[in-house]
Ligand binder design. Structure first.
Ligand code: GDP
Ligand code: IMO
Ligand code: MG
Length: 423
């Protein structure tokens, strides 16, 4: 049985797209299980760069079935745009499947997201994610299968009226023209219909047949609605448990959980970040790591690696392996720091605190590791990495109690060092 969940271990943008693409060569099936077009997953192959928001990062392999699972909130316009862009670049997209049970992100979700973030100040991606999940939970959302239901138009018109009331009376916004939105939805649904399927059935069949299934998490552990730095989180479950619900598989099917760990830490949007560096080192990480958002273009906040977070991610996700990315970004540093605990009002904390007031005041306790100060971006075998780089990785493994299986030393598919075959 080979069903592997890949999750972000920090605040997103760890390089999940790159690692998913790398593993997808051997996978029969790649499944997105949560989030929506707030995700921005980058895949680089030779001189080509692909930015994926909703379509799974296995799409470059025509034999790999790529599934948008029931737990994802789907902006159909965005899927169509991504499909078009891929097709124009010669990519066969006939291997895409979209869950009939996935919720639809409506134009009003994006509008409400943009308006509400002005006072919530979470710094969302404005992709309608929070409002779409709110409607799902409050049972006023629409699933892809609902769009093909004869009673859809009436229910949709009622809901649109409610949303227009909210937009016009509370938010003083113009609202939407119901007929125009309905016509757009019907057009999008018709164009996507051939991809729609009962995807839980497909994934379970694949697992039963002994095929290799990879669940591609979006966002990261600290953006999880329950386990993240609430309220500065997203509205879904990026952690490994989310894969079962968001794809319709039982937990007994999952064989391994890979935590993708960026060799330092980044965060986009608001919220506490203990190891954040507002100095020349932070600038260097941002410029060497090209830390600008794939979805919004915003500059990412940067800081040293935080092992308190990694231990927490190992616990919450049940990590069995690490995929450490962007190690090459640290190539020029003479010394590199790792946060091993937090100091809070004279007390040492080893566990990640729940209370944001406490987290905000935590001061990192660092250890210093010597840098390797050489270009590692062309290294292909683990044992060829400089001793200082191997020591850094060994320290990370020791601090979070999980071993590495993959180390990435550059953005391209080929810049990937494998120590343990995950499939
Ligand atoms: P994701 O959201 O987790 O898929 O990550 P993003 O794609 O948003 O951000 C990761 C960025 O780092 C992308 O631009 C990748 O091309 C790039 N990247 C991934 N792995 C590596 C690596 O090992 N080294 C370097 N230098 N860049 C990497
Ligand atoms: P990938 O999959 C990094 C952040 C936003 C904001 C918060 C809530 O590329 O790693 P949302 O639009 O989800 O309501 O925004 O979550 N965020 C991400 N940060 N990577 C992502 O995805 C993110 N998706 C959402 O910046 O702080
Ligand atoms: Mg990203």
């Amino acid at each position: 049985m080979s069903a592997v969940v890949l999750v972000g271990s920090q605040w997103g943008d760890e390089g999940k797209g790159k690692i998913t693409d790398f593993l997808a060569e051997k996978a029969d099936c790649v499944v997105r299980y949560q989030g929506g077009s707030n995700a921005g997953h980058t895949v680089e192959v030779a001189s080509e760069k692909f930015m994926l928001h909703l379509i799974p990062s296995g799409i470059l392999y025509p034999k790999t079935i790529c599934i948008i699972g029931n737990g994802v909130v789907v902006d159909m316009g965005e899927v169509l745009t991504e499909l078009k862009e891929l097709q124009e670049r010669g990519i066969d997209t006939s291997n895409l499947r979209i869950s009939s049970r996935a919720q639809v992100v409506m134009p009003y979700h994006k509008e409400i997201d943009a308006i509400e973030d002005q006072c919530k100040k979470i710094g969302t991606t404005k992709r309608g994610i929070g409002p779409a999940y709110e409607d799902k939970i409050s049972r006023t959302g629409f699933r892809i299968c609902d769009l093909f239901d004869p009673g859809f138009k009436e229910r949709f018109a009622q809901e649109m009226e409610r949303k227009n009331l909210l937009l016009q009376k509370i938010y003083d916004a113009p609202g939407f023209e119901i007929e125009a939105i309905y016509a757009e939805l019907m057009d999008q649904a018709a164009r996507l219909q051939k991809y729609v399927a009962d995807t839980s059935l497909l994934v379970n069949q694949a697992i039963k047949e002994g095929k290799k299934v990879l669940f591609e998490g979006a966002q990261g552990t600290l953006l999880d609605i329950d386990h993240g730095t609430y309220p500065y989180v997203t509205s879904s479950y990026p952690t490994s448990g989310g894969a079962c619900i968001g794809a319709g598989v039982g937990p007994t099917n999952i064989s391994r959980v890979i935590g993708v760990v960026k060799a330092y830490t980044t965060r986009v949007g608001e919220g506490p970040f203990p190891t954040e560096l507002n100095d020349a080192n932070g600038e260097l990480l941002r410029s060497r790591g090209a830390e600008f958002g794939t979805t919004t273009g915003r500059a990412r906040r940067c800081g040293w690696l935080d092992a308190v977070i990694l231990r927490y991610a190992a616990r919450i996700n049940g990590l069995t392996d690490l995929a450490i990315t962007k190690l090459d970004v640290l190539d020029t540093f003479a010394t590199i720091k790792i946060c091993v605990a937090y100091r809070y009002k004279g007390e040492i904390l080893y566990e990640f605190p729940d209370n944001l007031g406490i987290l905000q005041e935590c001061v990192p306790e660092y250890i210093e590791m010597p840098g390797w100060q050489q270009d590692i971006s062309q290294i292909e075998h683990y044992e060829d990495l400089p001793a200082a780089a191997r020591n850094y990785i060994a320290k990370v493994e020791e601090l979070c109690g999980v071993k590495q299986a993959i180390v990435a030393v550059g953005p391209k598919r080929t810049q990937t060092i494998v120590s343990d075959q995950l499939f």
